[in-house]
Write a protein of this length. Structure first.
Lengths: 113, 116
């Protein structure tokens, strides 16, 4: 079974500051890891994914995440926050042969002007 | 990227009635679709896995007779909430996998169901 834990339900950053969202995973098999963003009353949009290739994954909108097996982590970062980054972010995991996604509890990001 | 369209975006229904939500993959064939439920300020909970041409696989605790899933074609899955009650009010989201080798799931825009 796979699961993820997102540390911090809410993150507030100033515009232009670093965004860091934490995600730790638990998996009995090599995991596939994902970060999704959700805007109010909308579905989820994929930011990036790790599928056992490069450990540093670059995604859309300037986001990137690093897979660290030793720490069982997949933290999401963006060097400079923009007001449009205010949203809900979900980390998710699936097994290599299992198409089911298990989501973390989500982290709400607010950006201060 | 691939597009998944969900309809309707929002619906209000009376207690005791049934509501059908459609999930379509517009530009690809999806042998497997997933249905999630999301309560306010909470994460997504997988309800069931919908397989084209076969019965859906429900997660533990999800009532099969309450949430009827049909996946009659490679581009359409439907979720019917039967005899809806106010506690069924929620945000329902579907997703579809692009083939068997690609691991990305594409999500619909969600359906806000309110039962009054």
């Amino acid at each position: 079974a796979q699961s993820v834990t997102q540390l911090g339900s809410h993150v507030s950053v100033s515009e232009g500051a670093l965004v860091l969202l934490r995600c730790n995973y638990s998996s009995s098999v090599p995991p596939y890891l994902f970060w999704y963003v959700q805007y109010p009353n909308q579905g989820l949009q994929l930011l990036l994914k790790y599928t056992s290739a490069a450990t540093l994954v670059k995604g859309i909108n300037g986001f990137e995440a690093e897979f660290k097996k030793s720490e069982t982590s997949f933290h999401l970062t963006k060097p400079s926050a923009h007001m449009s980054d205010a949203a809900e972010y979900f980390c998710a995991v699936s097994g290599t042969g299992d198409y089911k996604l298990s989501f973390g509890a989500g982290t709400t990001v607010t950006v201060r002007a | 990227g691939a597009v998944v369209s969900q309809h309707p975006s929002w619906v209000i229904c009376k207690s005791g009635t049934s509501v059908k939500i459609e999930c379509r993959s517009l530009d690809f064939q999806a042998t497997t679709m997933f249905w999630y439920r999301q309560f306010p300020k909470q994460s997504l909970m997988l309800m069931a896995t919908s397989n084209e041409g076969s019965k859906a696989t429900y997660e533990q605790g999800v009532e099969k007779d309450k949430f009827l899933i049909n996946h009659a074609s490679l581009t359409l899955s439907t979720l019917t909430v039967t005899s809806a009650h106010p506690e069924d009010s929620s945000f329902y989201i579907c997703s579809a996998r692009l083939g068997t080798l690609n691991t990305e799931a594409f999500f619909g825009q969600g359906t806000r169901l309110t039962v009054v």
